[in-house]
Design a protein around this ligand. Structure first.
Ligand SMILES: NC(=O)c1ccc[n+]([C@@H]2O[C@H](COP(=O)([O-])OP(=O)(O)OC[C@H]3O[C@@H](n4cnc5c(N)ncnc54)[C@H](O)[C@@H]3O)[C@@H](O)[C@H]2O)c1
Length: 266
């Protein structure tokens, strides 16, 4: 068990990536606090972990609201006495082009993706400093944060901002022994999230097609699943990564390493 005795907060615990990371941390012995603006995602994720024999607590909350973030972190500190790991995963995906993007939608996407990560990092890091915890903070980015994707201006901008947020926060916190790293997922296989949703008692939604053929363009011939991100998050959270800070760990099946015109599976 790589995370035995550690307390982790994961934001955005839908049955997809956040739920997968929460489950993966719990499987390595962490007590996991599942935080989501949709209360049912927070509660069901925690219940699922508990049913599988782990320790978890679900807290409903909006990461863009500083009062709610401060109260959530204080509750975790008061309940468990410490916070060792934060995974900033809550996010709003998708969007519009720069020509169409409405200001309200832009503001909300940047608020959740960027400001939410800032607020959670600020309040969790304060508790880590107060308690002398040599913690690990992980920021979930996206391959869209490394590249310009058409029709996704707010998402690309916010995810790119998180890459340098990670490096700057890593420098702010290094003297406290707190490590900050990002993890870059890419287009993700949906089967695992659907299976987890079914395990949570949810009906299977209608399958949705994808506009782009991701698999054809990916050097490895399959899309990653949340469990693959979870393994990388466990590594970054654990003492195995004790000398790693300010890094972006890409779990993208080779997507960003690829020479752009090459189509591996044409
Ligand atoms: N799905 C992908 O293919 C993919 C690829 C690369 C990166 N990512 C990143 O992974 C993360 C999770 O993606 P996902 O596919 O699981 O998305 P998802 O929509 O299933 O989950 C996002 C969760 O964040 C929660 N959330 C939204 N706003 C919130 C707020 N203000 N406060 C608290 N929680 C809030 C939502 O309720 C939801 O449960 C995101 O940061 C996303 O950008 C996803």
């Amino acid at each position: 068990m790589k995370l035995a005795g550690k307390v982790a907060i994961v934001t955005g615990t839908s049955p997809n990536i956040g739920g997968g990371i929460a489950e993966g941390l719990a499987d390595e012995g962490a007590t996991v606090v599942c935080v989501d603006v949709v209360a049912d995602n927070a509660i069901r994720c925690a219940d699922w972990i508990t049913k599988r024999g782990g320790q978890a607590l679900g807290i409903a909350g909006d990461v863009t609201d500083e009062g709610q973030v401060a109260a959530m972190v204080a509750r975790v500190r008061d309940t468990y006495g410490r916070v060792d790991v934060l995974v900033n995963n809550a996010g709003i995906l998708g969007g519009q082009s720069v020509l169409e993007m409405e200001l309200e939608r832009w503001n909300r996407q940047l608020a959740v993706n960027l400001t939410g990560t800032f607020l959670c990092t600020k309040h969790v890091a304060r508790v880590m400093v107060e308690r002398g915890t040599r913690g690990s903070i992980i920021v979930i980015v996206s391959t869209a944060g490394h590249q310009g994707q058409a029709g996704n201006i707010g998402y690309c901008t916010s995810k790119s901002g998180l890459l340098n947020f990670t490096r700057a926060a890593a420098m702010d916190l290094v003297r406290h022994g707190i490590r900050v790293n990002s993890l870059t997922p890419t287009a993700t296989d949906v089967e695992e999230g659907l299976a987890r949703a079914a395990g949570w008692g949810r009906a299977r939604p209608e399958p949705r097609g994808r506009a782009l053929d991701f698999q054809k363009m990916l050097p490895m011939d399959r899309l990653p699943s949340p469990r693959h991100y979870a393994k990388a998050a466990v590594f970054l959270a654990s003492d195995d990564a004790e000398m790693i800070t300010g890094l972006d760990l890409r779990v993208d099946a080779g997507a960003l390493a690829k020479y752009w015109p090459w189509i591996p599976h044409a």
